[in-house]
Design a protein around this ligand. Structure first.
Ligand SMILES: NC(=O)C1=CN([C@@H]2O[C@H](COP(=O)(O)OP(=O)(O)OC[C@H]3O[C@@H](n4cnc5c(N)ncnc54)[C@H](OP(=O)(O)O)[C@@H]3O)[C@@H](O)[C@H]2O)C=CC1
Ligand SMILES: CC(C)(CO)C(=O)C(=O)O
Length: 347
């Protein structure tokens, strides 16, 4: 079976590690320094568990290849963990190896990528591959000394929740086949706390996690701090409550299925969600530097349009406004622009 990881960064490498014993896992890589470093270690990398006395475990994959040099003519299973904004672009050179039999697991923060894939790449319902969506709350980052390697810090032990996305989003009750997927089964049996759900259930968990990122990622990036430094401040509570209450109001209108979902009724209240944001951000991932903060510090593009920006977009589509999330999005973009200008001035 051909298993590939597109986006072998923090999250991609962590998930690949849990598959590497049972399956021949391959990375799709664009960075020559990473390819060379991996070859030097015979395709072995290390994950350090910061939540478990820095226990470091080594894993070996089958190989790593540039997108135009994959040894297989077809991809059976593709794990996608590139940043949301890179998805369409990075998938394009692989499209001739993806068929309606390919299974693709997307593990990314934010929302809106499946809509983009269906509207830009697989417009014909029947030719679409099977898409699974993952929601992850594990925290992973790379220390600067490990730059251009696949060695990462697993900073917070969370969960990975997965569902099968309907081929046709207008027919969301179609029966899914996720339980029969051998790679998904491997993940469920791994030590990453993986479980599967229906599409409707996962939508609730995706929104629950989206709001974590709407609060944590943008605020830590704008303020420029490690997660725990925002904890126990009245102002943080007030800001997170505004982001969450506006977000829930918009998303419950944009996704009407939430109105009849018992799981949404149980989990998606403002009070419970703010508590959840603080639990994931400050307890589970207290020592993490959010993925968005890492992007802003390294002057890379950010996922803001798929996070706070997704709420702004959904509000606009529903004839509503989302001024809090819109302001946060703008501040984040200003922060990145200022960092880029400062770097240019120093150069
Ligand atoms: N890190 C975390 O704690 C968490 C992250 N997430 C989410 O998971 C997703 C991935 O985040 P994260 O792992 O942190 O991001 P990283 O930046 O660590 O990883 C993304 C990887 O994608 C690779 N990539 C991008 N374009 C291509 C391409 N065309 N071909 C091959 N590889 C490509 C990059 O390669 P290159 O090295 O060449 O740039 C990079 O290694 C994001 O949506 C993030 O929000 C969710 C929960 C927690
Ligand atoms: C869970 C959290 C907030 C961890 O920092 C995250 O999802 C991220 O950094 O992107």
């Amino acid at each position: 079976m051909s298993v590939y990881v597109l986006g072998a960064g923090g999250v991609g490498t962590l998930i690949a590690s849990s598959l590497s014993n049972a399956l021949k896992v391959n990375f799709v890589v664009r960075n020559t320094a990473k390819l060379n470093n991996l070859a030097k270690t015979n395709n072995t990398f290390a994950i350090k568990r910061l939540y478990d006395n820095n226990k470091t475990i080594k894993y070996t994959i089958n190989g790593a290849f540039p997108a135009d040099k994959l040894p297989d003519s077809k991809i059976d299973f593709l794990l996608i963990c590139v940043k949301t904004f890179d998805t369409v672009k990075s998938l394009t050179p692989l499209l001739d190896k993806i068929t309606s039999k390919t299974r693709i697991l997307l593990v990314q923060n934010g929302m809106g990528v499946v809509d983009e894939l269906y509207s830009k790449i697989w417009t014909n319902v029947d030719s679409r591959p099977t898409i699974y969506q993952g929601v992850i709350s594990h925290g992973v980052w790379q220390s600067p000394e490990n730059h251009d390697t696949y060695n990462y810090n697993h900073a917070g032990f969370g969960y990975l929740k997965i569902c099968q996305v309907p081929r046709d989003l207008q027919n969301i009750t179609a029966k899914d086949t996720i339980e029969n997927d051998d790679v998904i089964r491997e993940l469920v049996q791994s030590d990453l706390n993986v479980s599967t759900y229906s599409y409707e259930e996962l939508l609730v968990y995706q929104i629950q996690k989206l709001l974590v990122n709407c609060c944590m990622n943008s605020t830590t990036s704008i303020v420029n701090c490690i997660n725990y430094k925002l904890a126990d401040l009245e102002e943080t509570d007030a800001l997170f409550t505004s982001i969450v209450s506006e977000g829930l109001n918009v998303l419950k209108t944009a996704y009407p299925v939430l109105k009849t979902s018992p799981l949404a009724t149980e989990l998606l209240s403002v009070e419970k969600e703010v508590k959840f944001v603080k639990h994931v951000g400050f307890t589970i991932n207290s020592k993490n530097s959010t993925s968005m903060r890492q992007d802003v510090l390294n002057l890379r593009n950010t996922e803001i349009d798929y996070i706070n920006g997704h709420i702004v977009k959904k509000a606009w589509e529903s004839g509503m406004t989302a001024p809090v999330n819109d302001t946060i999005s703008k501040l984040l973009k200003i922060k990145l622009a200022v960092n880029r200008r400062t770097a240019q001035e120093k150069a």
